[in-house]
Design a protein around this ligand. Structure first.
Ligand code: HEC
Length: 182
């Protein structure tokens, strides 16, 4: 019984004193686990004004990336692309082969294998006014522009194709057009 009282007293004393002196910090085991650097704001870390966690500067191009397409979907935009926009990729057998493969997937249904406008959707009269490429005064820039923005009944293909694939298709369309003009 005596021991029991002693234990009670000890527990009370321990619970009062264990939280210690509030003025001095308690021992913290591995403080970085509690207060990691990213937990604080840049200003608290003394990095105010320095470019930490900030967005890239406007107009930055990611490594291996390409500039955003900023020619507007207007008549002026079309004319500008038609005269100024140039294919950044060289014509190579590989680019043409991939252009052909992509063209076959995304364009033949309307434009036909040869680009004469006789795709099966055209034959089934699902889409009217699909041109023969030889009847259009188009350039590499205008073809790219139409791929990005679409034109009337033709929708944009910007989301289905990568930057490079679009330019590869442009090369292939130019080849088809040249053949049609022969
Ligand atoms: C759903 C049918 C359809 C598909 C798919 C389609 N087109 Fe077209 N395309 C059209 C129609 C319709 C026009 C005529 C637009 C107009 O001038 O009114 C057109 C016009 C064009 C023109 C001429 C634009 C100009 O400046 O006169 C080009 C070049 C062209 N398409 C390329 C492509 C390529 C490349 C693809 C595949 C990535 C493609 N199209 C996919 C329907 C389609």
């Amino acid at each position: 019984m005596k021991n029991f009282k002693l234990i009670i007293v000890l527990v009370i004393v321990a619970s009062i004193t264990s939280c210690g002196n509030k003025r001095t910090p308690q021992l913290q085991y591995m403080p970085d686990m509690y207060e990691s650097v990213p937990y604080n704001t840049d200003a608290e870390n003394g990095l105010k004004g320095k470019p930490v966690n900030s967005k890239p500067v406007a107009g930055s191009i990611p490594r291996g990336g390409h500039p955003a397409y900023d020619i507007a979907d207007t008549n002026e935009g079309y004319e500008k692309a038609k005269s100024d926009l140039k294919n950044p990729f060289e014509v190579t057998a590989e680019n043409l082969a991939n252009g052909k493969a992509m063209y076959t997937i995304y364009c033949t249904s309307c434009h036909g294998k040869k680009g004469d406008g006789n795709g099966y959707l055209s034959q089934a009269e699902k889409f009217l006014g699909i041109p023969n490429y030889k009847d259009r005064d188009i350039t590499e820039g205008s073809i790219y522009h139409v791929l990005m923005h679409g034109k009337n009944l033709m929708g944009s293909h910007s989301s289905q194709l990568t930057y490079k694939e679009r330019w590869q298709i442009v090369q292939y369309v130019e080849v088809l057009r040249a053949d049609l003009l022969k």
